[in-house]
Design a protein around this ligand. Sequence first.
Ligand code: S3P
Length: 429
Amino acid sequence: MKSITVQPASSVKGEIIVPGDKSISHRSIMLGAIANGVTTVRGFLRGEDNMATMSAFRAMGVRIEDDGETVTIYGQGLHGLKEPTDIVDCGNSGTSIRLLTGLLAGQSFFSVVTGDQYLRKRPMKRVVEPLVRMGARIMGRDKGTLAPLAITGGALNAIGYESPVSSAQVKSAIMLAGLYADGETSVREPTLSRDHSERMFRLFGASLEVFKNGVTVRGGTELTGQEIGVPGDISSAAFFMVAALITPGSELLISNVGINPTRTGIIDILRSMGGSLELLHEREVSGEPVADILVRSSRLKGIQISGDVVPRAIDEFPVICVAAACAEGRTTVRDAKELRVKETDRIAAMAANLRTLGVAVEECDDGMDIVGTERLGGGAVESCGDHRIAMSLAVASLVAQGEVSIRDVECVATSFPSFFPLLDQVAGR
Ligand code: S3P
């Protein structure tokens, strides 16, 4: 396992672009594969998670070419996927396994999906239960709640589903299954999760209707291949936003970032903490809003974070914890129990790591309290195999007074293979 030591930075400066959006990249392959005709994707994220999705579709007979700039997917139509000859390995990717399970539920063949040691611990009941209600036969470990999952798909019934969690993966799995169901399938969630599936389904010509905190998909409508431009991932940009905010004397322009309102909780939260973030050149690309983001170092203050903003910033909490550790006063996070079932338990992981760096943190079931400090210390910290924990700790290292050594950093390749060179670049190294 590789460890890395990130040196402090005197400032964070320059103009960068971050790699493509992970959620949109997954969906472009999936919808491209079951559409009629060719789909081209520019700005595709070549992280391990998205490559797992690409391999899964190749294993189902879909021709996918990548010339390093454009990914070209030769769509097979709704019913053109082939039975994979082996187990489909989704690696670390929750989006791959959960969305694929939804899609596979509608196929008239047998498949098995699995993942790495972390993914095999993550809850799958949230997708298995509604899909079984639609008529799929799914078996798995621990009464069908853990991967590997064995799926015998086929004709599905439409359902109206009230999801107990706000989860784009659950919503999207049911929407994909809904394309194969007889009639109209609806999903409603407690608060709206990211809506990239709704936007991309519409782009590909699916028959769907959105309503408050939910969506209805009509089965049987054929999709048409598209030309897609993927914006930079706001979740990747978030590490650099916080890096520039907490490092004195910084000014950083992050160009071409997706600012879908279901993802901009990080901007709202950092602005409430007193962060200077300006959105420039707002525009739309492939049905998604995009902007350049100018960030300047700022004195941050502690705030209370709970309610509807939580799903809108769900992947950013590790780096929000770092902002909170550098802010004046106490930050409280609540309604964030979902963080306990991410790539690792992100509440426990950030609490332990921040304590190592000398920060006072109290954990509770659905969140934590963090008391900011002017002096982050050094120490040996752990990614716990989670890419976002590793990158958040690297951001903290920029302002730490002692040396921070981060263990097990290979995992950043799941979503942001160029993260460390880019961090060196903005730190002037
Ligand atoms: C994702 C949805 C979110 C998010 C994940 C990507 C997606 O997960 O945390 O990184 O692409 O649909 P949940 O649906 O579990 O909230």
